[in-house]
Design a protein around this ligand. Sequence first.
Ligand code: GDP
Ligand code: MG
Length: 595
Amino acid sequence: MKHIRNFSIIAHIDHGKSTLADRFIEFCGGLDKREMDSQVLDSMDIEKERGITIKAQTAALQYKALDGNIYNLNLIDTPGHVDFSYEVSRSLSACEGALLVVDASQGVEAQTVANCYTAIDLGVEVLPVLNKIDLPSAEPERVAQEIEDIIGLDATDAVHCSAKTGVGLQEVLELVVAKIPAPKGSPDQPLKALIIDSWFDNYVGVVMLVRVVDGQLKPKDKIKFMSNKAVFLCEQVGVFTPKSVQKTALSAGEVGFVIAGIKELQYAKVGDTITLDSKPATEALPGFKQIQPKVFAGLYPVESHDYEALRDSLEKLKLNDASLNFEPEVSQALGFGFRCGFLGLLHLEIVQERLEREFDMDLITTAPTVVYQVVEKTGEVISVENPAKLPDPSRIQEVREPIITSNILVPNDYVGAVITLCTQKRGVQLNMQYMGRQVMLTYEMPLNEVVLDFFDKLKSVSRGYASFDYEFKEFRVSDLVKLDVLVNGERVDALSLIVHRANSQYRGRELVAKLRELIPRQMFDIAIQAAIGSHIIARETVKAMRKNVLAKCYGGDITRKKKLLEKQKAGKKRMKQVGNVEIPQTAFLAILQVE
Ligand code: GDP
Ligand code: MG
């Protein structure tokens, strides 16, 4: 055990975690050159294209250190996007140390701070590493100072490295060996193994990635899950190098996989403790807090006969993505579909993309919404995940919306613009702290405003320099109303929104104006109205078609949401017949385009 080191790499997105992990694997000979795909730890196709890490992966490496000993380094890769921050803390709870990678040409960003504090909270040893020093724009001294000013972490010994050229790599590994403590725990105690991750494999069934804290686990052992008491026969244990390699046992301090002929993922819950049936541990390990989906959207098949296929596809996706939630839902406008819960906007986008690409589904997606708590006059509290389901105002005592606390790191020059944006988004400033060239702004904001377009706006008002991170705080009473859209007098449930009363007039006007642009002309006039209750607040008309009317074109914007809209436009022309009017997919996401 003295020669084991379990560590993660944490960083803000794009600072070089995955590249660095790949270099380590190469350096330690886990794979030969031919096997070394461009980035092996990011294994899903979408990850490769988007360059983000979604599922935490792991690699057991053998490193011959300068002291002459061979060390077993277990590297656990972590995602860097705010939507997946809970996976970061999961990975970190299997580690004694973490490399905090900071891009030396960029500096400290919001997830650098958030992930670093998560690590410190978990008692993990954090070692700062300055990456990308090969870039001419790298300023390692300034960035080291930022690490000290903003995070308060001593960065005097931070290694300068380049995951691209390999410079400084060995120094980083030496630091891992020297500074990260060896795991504690005892192989003679009853088995306690923490499930860090689990997924379904078509050939072997459920695969669990575990960190053995105490005891030993071998094939033919009868294992028991401490939460549900289910017992299974262990078939295989091993490690990923990152290829899977079977072993005769996993012992205290080690990280590896367990296969036990389990067909259903629900038995192998992430955060549960595995013990031995014959000699069980008395207490389970602390585990992880349950995560709740934050963002909801309706997913509907374009062709109603694809409903069952969509259900099958969602079920398959759920096998490997426990954070995805879905329930059947019926919309008057869109027919049978599903209300799905996601961790955030990026998660929604990834699921949507996988459904389209891997499962060949044609989908209509409704605008994302948060979950509201509604207190009815009867005193009953209900959750509303679909604006169309908001009860009649006469039955409502109060509506509560989710509030987040967010930290925004932004260079001094853009502070004014970011404050203006946060105020527009109903934000309340809690703190503002100057830290060298950057400012840390702390705001409370309604999640609803953030989900719609905050991230893209933040990037655009700060020319890409601001970064942000958030945490759910509480549900808070707010003056919210339902905004309905009527097309030729018919209410289209899939277009309903919940908005703050103060913004409702304006949002209503903007939304119908946008819809007028997005709904193509047809053989007759189409009236588009926005209403709050029975009160019509805005109206536009799509004029009947005349000859030679060219389809309208709209200039592109490079933000993510707009790209999503573009892609949908480019794909099959997705139209849904609502009453006698054909409504395109883009119209259902029109609110995302409202300024
Ligand atoms: P992650 O999001 O933290 O996993 O970041 P990646 O490892 O995917 O890297 C983001 C981008 O930075 C990729 O285009 C990498 O090729 C590039 N990159 C990573 N490390 C270095 C480095 O040391 N030098 C340079 N010049 N580019 C790097
Ligand atoms: Mg990555």
